[in-house]
Ligand binder design. Structure first.
Ligand SMILES: Cc1cc2nc3c(=O)[nH]c(=O)nc-3n(C[C@H](O)[C@H](O)[C@H](O)COP(=O)(O)OP(=O)(O)OC[C@H]3O[C@@H](n4cnc5c(N)ncnc54)[C@H](O)[C@@H]3O)c2cc1C
Length: 320
């Protein structure tokens, strides 16, 4: 394989398109089970207003478009896999994944954003992940007609509440404090829809029916325990992000980002970085910036792998 892209956020996804456009084979590895990086993890239902060509685009739709744009080049997705270590070989690099697999590539593009995301756990949900409890809602339709309990008080929790409200039979929000971190406007919108907001409360237990499927949630409140029907619990308690193993890859790290030059090259041969994880003077961490950096990185990788190749890719509008 020509390029291994570490991180399937917006930058990595666009880099996959660009690698294909340059005739390079590619794979993307991401520790999350879904592509889309911060957009998918933190704000899939929010509208984004500063991506060129889209006056307004929902986060989820932007990611869908990026996946579709890369699809003709048939990228290999290694989702739910973490890139642990990097070592040079005679003809490129080996990236070691958790679980022991090794991926060999002629070049590596690190698009790891603010690092690997780990959802903050819901203690009562221990053992329920994938059995009714989720951290993401990749398909709203999957919850049509269900009773859903969303746990959390931030923007993402309320985004899920508002997105699920039209499709679910019921949506209830449980938050352990009286005050919400979420923007006042979305809290007001949820109240306006009559969504029960149970505050000063904790999810104490998830309960299964006779078939073993999640059927209800026990919530402890100041007034005593309350049982809420639920076939799905969305644990939206936020994420921790950590550059983790990448900090030990022998790259130059500056404030939890990787120093690059104007070609997006790092301190190690054939290792490039782009997007939020790439650092240089004047850097602005935005999706639009990541797209431009992905194009710069991949075009420079194309030349690094084939010195006869042109740096300028030609115009995509000239390609059939
Ligand atoms: C609430 C919120 C709202 C935002 N709104 C906007 C906006 O309106 N406009 C805008 O331009 N930007 C916005 N941003 C910023 C924008 O989301 C980021 O700039 C963008 O996501 C960066 O993309 P990226 O692909 O570089 O990194 P990320 O989106 O962070 O993706 C990096 C991916 O790398 C993966 N990864 C990291 N380390 C490893 C590893 N070792 N192994 C495997 N996988 C790994 C992570 O799991 C992640 O999926 C917002 C951010 C937040 C949090």
């Amino acid at each position: 394989m020509d390029v291994l892209i570490v991180g399937a956020g917006p930058t990595g996804l666009f880099a996959a398109y660009y690698a294909g456009f340059r005739g390079l084979s590619m794979a993307l590895v991401d520790s999350l089970p879904e592509a889309g990086g911060q957009v998918t993890a933190m704000y899939p239902e929010k509208m984004i207003y500063d991506v060129g060509g889209f006056p307004a685009v929902r986060g989820r739709d932007l990611v869908k478009g990026l996946v579709e744009q890369a699809a003709p080049w048939q990228p290999t997705y290694l989702l739910g896999r973490k890139a642990e270590a990097l070592r040079e070989t005679g003809d490129g690099l080996d990236v070691l994944l958790d679980g022991g697999d090794v991926v060999h590539a002629r070049a590596v593009l690190v698009t790891a954003g603010i690092g690997e995301f780990t959802p903050r756990p819901l203690p009562a949900g221990d053992g329920w992940l994938g059995r009714g409890m989720v951290h993401f809602v990749p398909s709203l339709d999957a919850h049509a007609g269900q009773d859903v309990v969303v746990v959390g008080g931030g923007d993402s929790a309320f985004d899920w509440v508002l997105a699920l409200h039209p499709v679910a039979a019921s949506v209830t929000l449980v938050h352990r404090r009286a005050k919400f971190r979420a923007a006042e406007s979305i809290v007001r919108e949820a109240r306006g829809l009559g969504v029960p907001l149970i505050t000063d409360a904790e999810v104490a237990e998830l309960r299964a029916d006779a078939s073993g499927a999640l059927c209800e949630v026990v919530v402890t409140t100041k007034d005593g325990p309350q049982v809420v029907p639920a076939q799905t619990v969305v644990a939206a308690l936020g994420f921790t992000a950590d550059l983790g193993p990448i900090e030990n890859w022998g790259l130059e790290i500056d404030h939890r980002a990787i120093t690059v030059d104007s070609t997006m090259a790092t301190a190690r041969p054939r290792v490039y970085a782009a997007g939020d994880v790439a650092a240089y003077p004047g850097k602005v961490k935005l999706i639009a910036t990541g797209f431009g950096e992905a194009a710069t990185a991949v075009n420079n990788i194309a030349v690094a792998l084939d010195p006869q190749a042109h740096l300028f890719p030609g115009h995509s509008s000239n390609v059939e």
